[in-house]
Design a protein around this ligand. Structure first.
Ligand SMILES: C[S@@+](CC[C@H](N)C(=O)[O-])C[C@H]1O[C@@H](n2cnc3c(N)ncnc32)[C@H](O)[C@@H]1O
Length: 272
């Protein structure tokens, strides 16, 4: 159940990654011999779906974010349900729907949504201060075309997004999980991208960005393995990207300051 925010509430620090093995995986997970030292699954064993691509980070929620969450949450936040989302019912109209996975503090989400009033946006993250921040930006911009979910995007894709629902997907600077034993946590892996493709309409687009060269390579490998269904497309800089920025997100701004190279990729779902 979602936690309610109080203006002065500070979230507890969670230092351990959230792993909740499903009962059917518990037996496989328990004997140490079943895992290699770097976390690679043994041949023929898929990573358990319950390994999450996020940790619930500590973060201070400002009073304004908390107010936005409390007052606007009921209108803007969609609860997770094990039933298919009906975009027309949610947004009150039929419009191309863009999914953003891991919006962070939501600054780019709000700018893109303001610049594309003829599109609807479903923005997903698990980070509570970011959810409050995005609610606040939606209210300030009077944006009627954004809804927010505070839930694992993998479960939302799996349980709530019907086939061919999405016109586009944005995955900007997903957590890189640089240590080899954590690679299994990366969001951009084959099973997740296969699910995303199913959610896309033909010609629907996936846009991704990362500063992490080795994760970029993984993104390339995963998407080339799915080349029967995806074709590479031009990356379109979203509204809000200024100067040399490619996405304009907070993380990108920080990485540009650090002079890290930014890598982007875009794909279109093929018509079959
Ligand atoms: C590195 S941050 C990038 C945030 C933002 N896109 C930016 O570029 O500033 C990655 C975000 O993805 C979120 N995230 C990671 N895995 C997720 C998942 N499975 N479902 C929802 N959000 C997720 C994290 O909570 C975090 O806010």
């Amino acid at each position: 159940m979602r936690q309610r925010l109080g203006a002065n509430l500070q979230w507890p620090t969670v230092t351990e990654p959230i792993i909740s093995p499903a009962p059917e995986h518990a037996a496989a997970a328990s004997p140490p011999a079943a895992r290699s030292p770097d976390g690679t699954p043994p041949p023929g064993v898929a990573y358990p779906k319950t390994i999450k691509s996020f940790v619930r980070r500590a973060g201070r929620t400002t009073a304004a974010q908390a107010r936005a969450f409390e007052h606007l949450g009921p209108q803007l936040l969609l609860p997770y349900r094990e039933s298919t989302l009906e975009p027309v019912a949610v947004f009150g109209r039929s419009a191309p729907l863009i999914l953003e996975i891991g919006f962070g503090m939501g600054e780019t989400t709000a700018k893109i949504a303001a610049a594309m009033p003829d599109h609807d946006f479903l923005a997903i993250d698990v980070h509570t201060p970011g959810v409050g921040a995005l609610c606040k930006l939606i209210a300030e911009g009077n944006l009627s075309n954004v809804r927010v979910m505070q839930h694992d995007a993998v479960e939302v894709m799996r349980d709530m997004l019907g086939d061919g629902t999405l016109a586009g997907v944005h995955i900007f600077f997903p957590d890189p999980w640089p240590k080899k034993r954590h690679h299994k946590r990366r969001f951009v892996r084959q099973d997740n991208v296969e699910m995303l493709i199913a959610c896309l309409k033909p010609e629907g687009r996936i846009q991704m960005a990362t500063d992490h060269a080795e994760y970029f390579e993984q993104m390339r490998q995963v998407t080339s393995a799915l080349c029967d269904e995806l074709e590479e497309a031009e990356f379109v800089r979203p509204a809000g990207a200024a100067g040399e920025e490619l996405t304009g997100t907070n993380y990108e701004r920080k990485y540009i300051k650090d002079r890290r190279p930014i890598h982007v990729l875009a794909f279109r779902r093929k018509r079959v």
